[in-house]
Ligand binder design. Sequence first.
Ligand code: B3K
Ligand code: ZN
Length: 844
Amino acid sequence: QETIHLSEYTPFGFLIDAVHLTFDLSPNATRVKSRIDFRPNPDATDSTFFLHGEKLTLIEARIDGTPVTPDITDTGLTCTVPDAPFTWEAEVEIDPANNTALEGLYMSGGMYCTQCEAEGFRKITYYPDRPDVMATFTVRINSNMPVLLSNGNPAGEGDGWAEWHDPWPKPAYLFALVAGHLVNHPDHFTTASGREVTLNIWVREGDAHKCAFGMEALKRSMTWDEEVYGREYDLDVFNIVAVDDFNMGAMENKGLNIFNSAAVLASPETATDGNFERIEAIIAHEYFHNWTGNRITCRDWFQLCLKEGLTVFRDAQFTADMRSAPVKRIGDVIDLRARQFPEDQGPLSHPVRPDRYQEINNFYTATVYEKGAEVISMLKRLVGDDAYKNALDLYFDRHDGQACTIEDWLQVFEDATERDLTQFKRWYTQSGTPHLTVAEDWADGTYTLTFTQSTPPDANQSDKLPQVLPIAVGLLSPNGDETVPTTLLEMTEATQSFTFDGLSSRPVPSILRDFSAPVVLDRESSASEQAFLLAHDTDPFTRWDAGRNLARDTLIAMVTEGAAPQGAYLDGLAAVLRDTSLDPAYRALILALPSASELAQALDARGTVPDPDAIHDAQETLRQTLAEKLQDALPGLYAAHQVDGPYSPDAASAGHRSLANAVLSLITRLDSGAQAQTQFDGADNMTQQLAAFGCLLQAKRGEDAIAAFYDQWQADRLVIDKWFSMQVIFAAPDAAASTAAALTRHPDFDVKNPNRFRATLGGLAMNHAGFHRADGSGYALLADWLITLDDLNPQTTARMCAAFQTWARYDEGRKAHARAQMERILAKPDLSRDTSEMITRILK
Ligand code: B3K
Ligand code: ZN
């Protein structure tokens, strides 16, 4: 396999003035005609005329009207061209109906749609398919489909055709085309400077009632980007299309965002509070890309975090503003620890800006996205809000219309703040999660914190250098008052001390407030101190984290020493639950236990081989103990947080439901599911129905609910995805693989639909003790299906290989099973580049 290196970047030998495309759509034989005006690039040294192209049948090619015969390989063509401006014309034929990889032009449920990022455009026509080649596109679509869409503004339409023109130069990865029998949910928006924008969400006829929330979220996003970043929309129309078969959440194509239907469609009956929140965030994310991604794009794919880290950071700010900032922050940290930490600390570790890849689709990772966003959050914390705003204004000003690098981005901050960011840049180039240890000293009213940072070596760097760490700290006095409010310490050395003078008593430190840096805080602290912070900390994040640490430590003691659940944790939790001054959503977060994989990671970090069954048992025991301990309070809490009236997905209502449903899950351990059955039978929204469904499955009395749920929702693909995943996620460890296997034989299982595949096999990977079954049955089932899917859809196959990334932390027996299954995958004939790269890296 060929490895591509960041250090080998060279500019393309030609610039493009304009691209004209004509599509004659037909399921098995779509013709694509291109007319592209090239001219030599004065900044380039290599003038080879190479156009990417894959799975294309070339019908004819011309240069300045004269037929030419290019040299064609599997990856593209080369051709001799004039040393002066010239016009390239080509006609190719492609087969969208058989495109199961869902990359390039493909069909989903009878409609045509595209996915070009990162390198899908080369499956549509011959083109320099790289993000630093930007051009204006004019697109004509010939088809008898009633709705014909592409990027930019409408430029004419008639019977069987439509034309679109996008005035903003863009790379090919932002190209999109849609043609289908669609209905629209229309609206409009007036920008701050008075541009009238037509908004549409396009869906299949039966989904028209699921668009209203997405549209409101879009308008909120447009307003927010004007108010907070001063960024206006720049076309006359903004279209969103919902597609059932899609490899990821959504795609920010210029003026024509294409969404996985699961990431845009929502109604109270069919979508949960969590779905609504996620939809709002994804709509915002894709919309925000219009500036951070589209107007300013990436020079090459190594710079992916330039647009993704920044846009994730922006969508997190948006959600924090729309909803509860602490709840959003805690949710993001849970996600970071669950997805990014294992990646950064395992065989798939790579820098936020990787420096090599075989298949770029394998680098749309939690590290690039979520750690990339953490890096921007740290930068903002270090320079301050005003300087951040000035830097962003300068960034938009200086680089509008360009394809940029991380160096450009950091230069903007250096120029706007006069800070030297040489050391900070390591966050982009050095992989791994720093571990931070803390020593304390107290003498004569002076309290000293000494931090030591270290990052374990990995395949990317054998010697890790100290990072710049913004460490937000507050100090509490023993009576619970805050004596030193949040202070930002800037750590740059491997070991560094910070002192606080004039204190009357030895304080209790609250360290890493708001999770100010993406590190592992290895601080030995007593249960009583954690309980103190859980009771008194003024920072919502560290307060929650104190509870989390207590839960983790008690679970670890249960697993390793057979200890009983710790009183400090149970008492602390009971107090939080009763504290009605706290936001219900926040209380629900404190009630949740660390996940099994987080515990496995914590055990591994302590040098103990994690036993998935023991972890599962400890979690079950702790939940049962909690339920019994809180027995008297539970019915009252459940009743107090029922939300009356018609369903609304707002954060406050959702918070009440999330607390009530966390309580319901405890009640289920005491009443064997009686209350859950009542809630399931009477639910008028999916949040309530699904929570009750989960309780019934957990109580092993789900049979009737499984049948009833299916009967009710069999016509709704998105709800049936939930039906598939819930049964696997809630299966007992010894039944998870067989449940998943049985579901793959269900008539509604569709290997070609990524949502259904992920619901079933991804559900298995989420069932920790079920996937990591000692007999290897979980690994074997996943491997069977990855081998089947690889021929059809390499991207989704490769992404799901990550389920194996933690394999080396388990015992020899499990390791042998995992290795054997990965070797079986590697041995599959014609294994895709995507899957081969993933498994090879994981096995290293
Ligand atoms: N930019 C797309 C992701 C494309 C993934 C290609 N494998 C969605 C997003 O991040 O907004
Ligand atoms: Zn993105």
